[in-house]
Design a protein around this ligand. Structure first.
Ligand SMILES: C[C@](O)(C(=O)O)[C@H](CC(=O)O)C(=O)O
Ligand SMILES: [Mg+2]
Length: 298
């Protein structure tokens, strides 16, 4: 790796120093800057977010590695916060997973989570999810771990097993993934707080809880999750859901009222936008370059 601190290292440090670490979904580069402005220390590129927001598609395994990589690169290009990326099933067998991991590292990503659903996958909070065998999932993890070109890059194993196979099977899968080298575990679609305590005790590595809205998991607080041993709390689509509602309201208002006047109060101002983008720094730089150029010709 180049002179840059490994994003994986930054992510590991964030997990160690903020318990639990809040990881917020940022569907694009500007959202990543907003999350940083709000003081967050880690961000997330959601697979559902790529499908829904970038492609207008449902989260059913329709988007692929290059789609997610493109969104990831835009985010890492604009924001230095460590980025966790949802790579769904890894998009294939061992060599495809190898390529996925290597390209994610090249894209400046800090961590990925890979799940045990069959391909094409479904949203973790919808019915009728089908899983690959635990042996195949272990192979996915081995392939991901072996693919690392940066030993700090974080491989997180996600299990979707609770719904179809029950808690003991989900715990066993998580344990086997850790034995195979996974750095962290993502316990998907838990229905009770105590389940996280059981996972934390079994896996012995940092555990992630997914607080996605309108799904199978009640919205536990950061403190409740800390008390049951959770190390990371994910809010994958919270901002996206709020942005979507806000955008719809604006479109409807413009259409209904013939003006956006009544919704101005809900908008970020030009000054606020420019602040986040450091617009004036860019402008000053431009002025300076032109001034130097003029000077050269004198
Ligand atoms: C975390 C997740 O994998 C995502 O893609 O963001 C989704 C979130 C959601 O659909 O609410 C999941 O939990 O499957
Ligand atoms: Mg997903």
């Amino acid at each position: 790796m180049c002179d840059r601190v490994s994003p994986g290292r930054t992510f590991r440090e964030a997990i160690a120093s903020e318990r639990p670490l809040q990881i917020v979904g940022t569907i694009n580069a500007y959202c990543a800057l907003l999350a940083r402005q709000a003081g967050h220390r880690a961000i997330y590129l959601s697979g559902a977010g790529v499908a829904n927001a970038s492609f207008g598609l449902p989260d059913l395994g329709i988007t692929c590695r290059s789609d997610v990589l493109e969104d990831a690169r835009r985010i890492t290009g604009a924001c230095d916060l460590p980025l966790l990326v949802d790579i769904d099933t890894g998009w294939g067998e061992a060599f495809s997973i190898d390529r996925t991991v290597k390209e994610m590292i090249r894209a400046g990503v800090a961590a990925v989570h890979i799940e045990d659903q069959v391909s094409p996958k479904r949203c973790g909070h919808r019915p009728n999810k089908a899983l690959v065998s635990k042996e195949e999932m272990v192979d996915r993890i081995k392939a991901a771990v072996d693919a690392r070109t940066d030993s700090d890059f974080v491989i997180m194993a996600r299990t979707d097993a609770l719904a179809s196979e029950g808690l003991s099977a989900a715990l066993e899968r998580a344990y086997l993934c850790v034995q195979a080298g996974a750095d962290c575990v993502f316990a998907e679609a838990m229905t009770e707080l105590v389940m996280y305590r059981m996972f934390a005790d079994v896996v012995g590595v940092p555990l992630l809880a997914n607080m996605t809205e309108f799904g199978k998991t009640p919205l536990f607080t950061k403190q409740q999750l800390a008390d049951v041993g959770v190390a990371m709390v994910l809010y994958p689509l919270s901002a996206f859901r709020a942005m979507s509602r806000a955008a719809l309201t604006v479109y409807e208002t413009i259409s209904r009222e013939g003006s956006q006047e009544s919704v101005l109060g809900g908008m970020q101002s030009r000054a606020e936008l420019y602040d986040i983008l450091r617009y004036h720094d860019y402008e000053r730089k431009l002025d300076q370059l032109f001034a130097e150029k003029r000077h050269d010709h004198d």
